[in-house]
Design a protein around this ligand. Structure first.
Ligand SMILES: C[S@@+](CC[C@H](N)C(=O)[O-])C[C@H]1O[C@@H](n2cnc3c(N)ncnc32)[C@H](O)[C@@H]1O
Length: 761
């Protein structure tokens, strides 16, 4: 297993109680407060101790030699970070009112870093709310800049760039307790008993490596993926995503020191993942971008004849036919002549680049320009013209926009350069050539992972297609054409979707998903986990996943509702029927997998559904359709009534509208005015139902067995209707399904057999 220094990342500094946004207006919070309250914890978290920090270090010869002149070094930075007999970087503190990008400050701190008595690789400025770091011998752009309010999610990058161990030899690093590669993770990491994660707040827009570089369908939120990878694997482990898409799992796995394996049969997805990950010199890339821009401006097609000629020359690239639901017959119909001429010019310039890593980035620029410069581009009413989307991402079909949008090509190029450089900088801070070489991008199908040996993978995080919604290969045709790539007939055959240009059946989708689950089981090691993201509205598909996973040998351990960003466009249009949430279903590959018990509640199934809905409404004081759907599915999974849900409630709308009130303002369902929770169900059955779900959930989450008081507090709110039960009744039902663990201890469910007697058909 890989024990590289730098693979494990300690916690970021604890700034709880500090409001970074308000520092500027806090009287008395000056430079010395910045040093104490902000810089000191930062340096500690980065692994620096007193031995490493030289404060206000004075120079014997305070002059910087530039050419034949001596320039006086007037500012002595507050910190010089010293490891292994040399200075690694210098840092100057400023008051919150000062600008870290002020050129005077930058040249002062630079002059110190460049001084012959220092020669530090980096220099930095921090004003308490912002931090900026430059390479002493680099170009003008900072190598790292962040605001402290975003430190939690930027931490891996900050830590990797500046941690003390990075500047130390292995011998010193091994003496430094903070730099040991897996303090707190390695020794205590027990794969089989990893906890389930709760819902994680989504921070999609805060990683430049995924947000703004290139759009793709249903990208996972990087911070959710990253938390899951950390929870279920260790540095050096193999992390697989067999439906890899734009590469979020791969990139996050690589950033966390894992060996990522990304599989997708869409060449566009694989191109994006590789172009983002491949190491490249940022300075070299900046130069290539400016040259590309200058050359483009020089060669920019002008005049009707030239535009027509170039458009004609582009035609051979653009002949891929589109599916029947497209407004035009082939890719060529998606572009005006001007767009064809501009994109062809850009493509030629990009392909002329000799250096491979740079060329991939230039092609990424081209591909992301295709997203904006085509006739299906729909501007955004809320985000301005440039914030719109092409129809493939918005409507999942090639719909020509009613009004063409005229965006300025050259200024969009600048926008693309900025975003792609920012993304590459983030990735480059953690992933060098050696780490890149440990990652794999495989053009292939999740149904055939033949290149992987049995039991060779430590963790799987995957987000497969959800049935009929998105035909990935059809919808990627526009980008593939410009990239000179093609999906093969076999790719289409193995694509796990319903419908699309090949009119694929539900049966074929089910079969492919099932096969992929069997492959995932085969390649995963024992006691390791698979987290399966799913967002289909129809419970039939959930049933398919659980049933296939159990048939393959997986044990279902628990599911967590997880949002994946703001509501989609569709969701906003139809809040009543389209879900925005997704569930992450977690399975373990156990040697003795427990099967999910089939429920036989002995009560009217419709009542169980209504009760579950009511319980969600009670818990959230009015519930959104996603919350209701998620809860029904989780209960269905755990109590085994998913197949009934599938048969009778594939659409929740009718049961919701006929039993509950809907408030369009809050998009929530409530009990009908003046109505109580329903009371048709025998009180002991209701108690048994809620007790079981509650105890099973605690057990799954690995929590402490709850005391009777805790159980009572949790169950009672769900039972408060017509006849509210006594504590004694709850206790007597509890005794039939659980046992106390000694005097005053908690309650644990009896063994599977007694649950079996209660619930098996
Ligand atoms: C929901 S997307 C994954 C998105 C990804 N999680 C991300 O963050 O970008 C599903 C992916 O599965 C791919 N796919 C469909 N059928 C496949 C198959 N049989 N094998 C591998 N990938 C497949 C699609 O091309 C698509 O990229």
């Amino acid at each position: 297993m890989n024990q590289e220094v730098g693979s494990w990342i300690p916690a970021p500094p604890d700034y709880s109680g500090l409001d970074f946004g308000a520092l500027r207006s806090r009287r008395g919070f000056k430079e010395d407060s910045v040093r104490e309250a902000i810089i000191a914890p930062l340096l500690t978290a980065l692994g620096y101790n007193e031995e490493h920090i030289r404060r206000s270090h004075s120079l014997s010869h305070p002059f910087l030699r530039t050419g034949s002149k001596n320039r006086k070094v007037e500012l002595i930075p507050d910190y010089a970070l010293y490891t292994e007999g040399r200075f690694a970087w210098v840092l100057d503190a400023k008051s919150p009112l000062e600008d870290v990008f002020d050129s005077g400050h930058i040249s002062q701190v630079y002059s110190y870093a460049a001084h012959s008595e220092i020669r530090a690789k980096y220099f930095a400025i921090c004003n308490g709310s912002e931090f900026v770091l430059y390479l002493q011998e680099g170009d003008e752009a900072p190598v790292l800049d962040f605001t402290f309010s975003e430190i939690a999610h930027r931490w891996p990058e900050i830590w990797r760039t500046l941690n003390a161990a990075r500047f130390q030899s292995r011998s010193e690093a091994s003496r430094n307790p903070l730099s040991a590669s897996r303090v707190g993770e390695g020794s205590a990491f027990d794969y089989a008993t990893r906890p389930l994660l709760k819902e994680i707040p989504v921070r999609k827009q805060q990683a430049k490596r995924h947000f703004g570089v290139h759009a793709y369908f249903t990208k996972q939120s990087w911070n959710v993926v990253s938390e899951y990878i950390r929870n279920y694997s260790q540095a050096g482990d193999v992390v697989l995503d067999p439906f890899g898409g734009s590469g979020v799992t791969l990139v996050e796995a690589a950033m966390l020191g894992r060996r990522g394996i990304h599989v997708d049969l869409n060449p566009l997805a694989n191109f994006m993942a590789d172009a983002l990950l491949a190491p490249v010199g940022i300075a070299q890339l900046s130069v290539a971008f400016s040259k590309l821009r200058d050359d483009f401006v020089k060669k920019m097609p002008s005049g009707a004849a030239e535009i027509a000629r170039l458009a004609e020359e582009a035609e051979p690239l653009l002949q891929t036919p589109l599916s029947r639901d497209a407004d035009v017959a082939n890719v060529s119909g998606l572009f005006s002549d001007l767009q064809k001429a501009q994109l062809l010019t850009l493509r030629r310039l990009a392909l002329a680049e000799k250096e491979e890593g740079v060329r991939k980035c230039l092609l990424l620029v081209l591909s992301s320009m295709v997203t904006k410069f085509n006739l299906t581009y729909h501007p955004s009413t809320s985000r301005g013209d440039g914030g719109g989307d092409s129809a493939a991402f918005r409507y999942y079909r090639y719909r020509i926009a009613p009004e063409p949008t005229a965006l300025d090509f050259a200024s969009f190029l600048d926008n693309r350069f900025r975003k792609i450089i920012a993304g590459k900088r983030e990735v480059g801070a953690c992933i060098d050539k050696a780490r890149y070489a440990q990652q794999s991008i495989v053009q292939g199908s999740a149904t055939d992972l033949g290149f992987l040996e049995n039991e060779s993978v430590d963790y799987i995080y995957t987000d497969p297609p959800y049935g009929a919604k998105i035909a990935y290969l059809d919808l990627s045709a526009m980008w593939l054409a410009w990239l000179g790539m093609e999906a093969s007939a076999q790719d289409f055959e193995r694509e796990a979707i319903q419908g699309g240009s090949r009119a694929k059946s539900k049966l074929s989708y089910n079969r492919l998903i099932r096969e992929s689950i069997f492959e995932m089981y085969r390649v995963l090691k024992f006691d390791r986990w698979m987290s399966f993201v799913f967002a289909h509205k129809d419970p039939e598909f959930w049933h398919l996943i659980i049933e296939s996973a159990e048939a393959a040998g997986f044990e279902y351990v628990g599911a967590t509702p997880q949002k994946n960003g703001a509501s989609s466009f569709k969701k906003r249009q139809h809040p009543f029927t389209v879900l925005s949430g997704q569930l992450i279903i977690n399975f373990r590959k156990s040697r003795n997998p427990k099967a999910i018990l089939k429920a036989h509640l002995g009560i009217d199934f419709a009542n169980v559904v209504i009760e579950t809905i009511e319980a969600v409404i009670a818990r959230y004081e009015g519930a959104q359709i996603e919350q209701i759907n998620d809860e029904l599915i989780i209960r269905g999974l755990e109590l085994g009534f998913l197949d009934l849900l599938k048969k009778e409630y594939s659409d929740l709308a009718p049961i919701l509208s006929s039993n509950f009130d809907y408030d369009p303002g809050t998009e929530r369902f409530f009990l009908r005015k003046d109505s109580k929770f329903k009371t048709h169900v025998d009180v002991r059955l209701r108690i048994r139902y809620f007790l079981l779900s509650y105890l099973r959930r605690i057990e799954i989450a690995g929590g402490q067995p709850p005391t009777f008081d805790e159980i009572f507090r949790n169950i009672m709110p769900l039972l408060k209707n017509g006849t509210t039960p006594e504590g004694q009744t709850i206790l007597s039902v509890l005794e039939t399904i659980a046992q106390p663990l000694g005097q005053g201890g908690g309650w644990r469910l009896k063994g599977t057999e007694s649950q079996g007697q209660l619930f098996r058909d």
